[in-house]
Ligand binder design. Structure first.
Ligand SMILES: [Zn+2]
Length: 499
């Protein structure tokens, strides 16, 4: 069978190394899932479908390097809330849900992502129960949507309550609301290894390993993850230093590792080029330098860090340290949008406001982070993140007739500062046209809307019950939270107040 052939003709093709303000016009020939050629006036013979890209900017598909599909249906249920409080509601609402809900929430997140020009999501999935059947539902939903996924069901053996500093000050009943039961290590590692065989990577499916967070994993669990990653040649993602409380937990509980979660990861053979730590709001400069020296990466999630009151990751120090960077959009109820455009803009704005002197423009740099950098987090460098011969055909066509480009002065700057997602017109993933001229080709969006409306009747009733049952916990949680915030960690540059 001859592979499908597509010719994307006459667009301005964004090249990281070319003119990032006015990209040159070029054609892109796609054969099967790959870019077979890119260049001016390609001569193509034989059968092929033509996509007219005149007055379109063709950009590499955006990659979201941190996302969780398990709380998609919680979108719009919260405003600002500290992380630990938010977990009180979102943890139960992501666990033990019906297969129908599992499918719908995966599709909704994938759909939103695609419509915003995201062609790859790194789904750090909280799957409860962690079983074959649920995994099949998620993978099949991703295949149906047609988005590329780097899937990493999260594993952990230390109970969720370990996320909380001063947990012992909480009544047992409140501790149980967050979760006081661990999970067996071997069972989870075996589960992962089984999935790699049941669903072999290829096409739009990629695997990664996700120990939830260092403080949620015993040395044995982390070592098991390191071993799996090494044997299957996979990237590792884990949440590190998202909140101030986690710095204090590191100091208390990981004193044997110098009070550093980075040292702890290193002791389990995880500090290396496969590792990506997510958030890093409260990372210290020596830890950044160690990460950089180890070629480990950091995935920033400014949107959720601000909404969940965690703080602001130190962009300038991170850039100075030379550590490799990626960007994520995080949860649908913690940020709340799957938009790499927003994540890129916030990166530039936070860098801007962090230094008083005039700086160098970062638009072209952040576009690299959101494409090449994010591909690198998953070990997919050389395959994703650029429009080059031999790369996967993951492309987005942006309509330059949108008012965001009126007038059109710079592709890089307007993609980062002006584009709200409205210009995304067509999306190609793995050589397949998933959205064509704003029409979703893979999903019946109206049917999905009806399914979700139907599911939400139960979902909201369950959510209301969770909210009512958590009321009792709030004063205790608040007290623990205030104790954390009163503690000086020797660094208060992230939250500025005049008093
Ligand atoms: Zn996360």
């Amino acid at each position: 069978m001859t592979p499908n052939r597509l010719l994307v003709r006459g667009g301005q093709v964004y090249d990281h190394d070319g003119d990032v303000h006015k990209p040159a016009i070029a054609d892109i020939l796609i054969e099967g899932s790959d870019i077979a050629a890119a260049g001016r006036d390609l001569k193509v013979s034989g059968e092929h479908e033509i996509i007219d890209a005149k007055e379109r900017l063709v950009v590499p598909g955006l990659i979201n390097a941190h996302y969780h599909s398990h709380d998609t249906l919680c979108r719009g249920l919260f405003e600002e809330l500290p992380l630990e409080f938010w977990l009180l509601y979102t943890l139960p609402m992501g666990a033990n849900r019906s297969k129908e809900e599992l499918r719908a929430r995966t599709l909704v997140g994938a759909l939103e992502s695609l419509l915003c020009g995201i062609t790859t999501v790194q789904d750090m999935l909280g799957l409860v129960p962690l079983d074959d059947e649920s995994t099949d539902v998620v993978i099949s939903a991703y295949r149906e949507a047609g988005i590329r996924v780097v899937l990493s069901p999260m594993v952990w053996d230390i109970p969720p309550i370990a996320m909380l500093r001063h947990k012992d000050s909480l009544p047992l009943e409140v501790q149980e609301m967050l979760g006081t039961t661990g999970r067996p290590i071997r069972e989870q590692l075996d589960y992962l290894e089984r999935q790699f065989k049941r669903h072999q990577p290829g096409g739009t499916l990629h695997w990664a390993i996700a120990p939830f967070a260092p403080q949620r994993c015993s040395p044995k669990m982390l070592e098991g993850c390191a071993d799996l990653a090494h044997r299957h040649d996979l990237a590792v993602y884990t949440h590190v230093y998202e909140t101030k409380g986690q710095v204090l937990i590191a100091r208390d509980q990981f004193a044997a590792h110098g009070g550093s979660l980075i040292n702890y990861l290193d002791s389990a053979s995880l500090l290396g080029s496969r590792l990506n730590i997510v958030h890093s709001v409260w990372i210290s400069r020596p830890e950044m330098d160690r990460m950089a020296a180890a070629d480990a990466g950091i995935v920033l999630n400014h949107l959720s860090n601000m909404k969940l009151k965690s703080g602001i990751a130190p962009v300038c120090d991170l850039r100075e340290s030379g550590v490799r960077l990626g960007l994520g959009c995080d949860n649908c109820s913690g940020s709340d949008v799957q938009s790499v455009f927003q994540a890129m803009k916030l990166f530039c704005l936070i860098a801007a406001v962090s230094e008083p002197e005039p700086g160098h423009g970062l638009a072209h740099e952040v576009l690299r982070h959101a494409t090449l950098g994010n591909a690198r987090t998953a070990g997919l460098q050389g395959r994703l993140g650029a429009i080059r011969t031999g790369y996967k055909a993951d492309l987005v066509l942006i309509d330059l007739r949108d008012v965001a480009y009126l007038p059109y002065n710079s592709a890089a700057r307007q993609l980062v500062y002006t584009e709200a997602g409205r210009g995304v017109e067509s999306v190609i993933v793995d050589g397949r046209v998933v959205i064509k001229e704003r029409q979703v080709k893979t999903l019946d969006v109206d049917a999905l809307r009806r399914e979700v409306a139907d599911l939400m009747r139960h979902f909201i009733a369950d959510y209301d019950a969770v909210v009512a049952s958590r009321k009792r916990a709030l004063p205790y949680m608040l007290e623990a939270h205030q104790r954390v915030w009163k503690t000086d960690v020797g660094n208060n540059r992230f939250i500025n107040r005049t008093r």
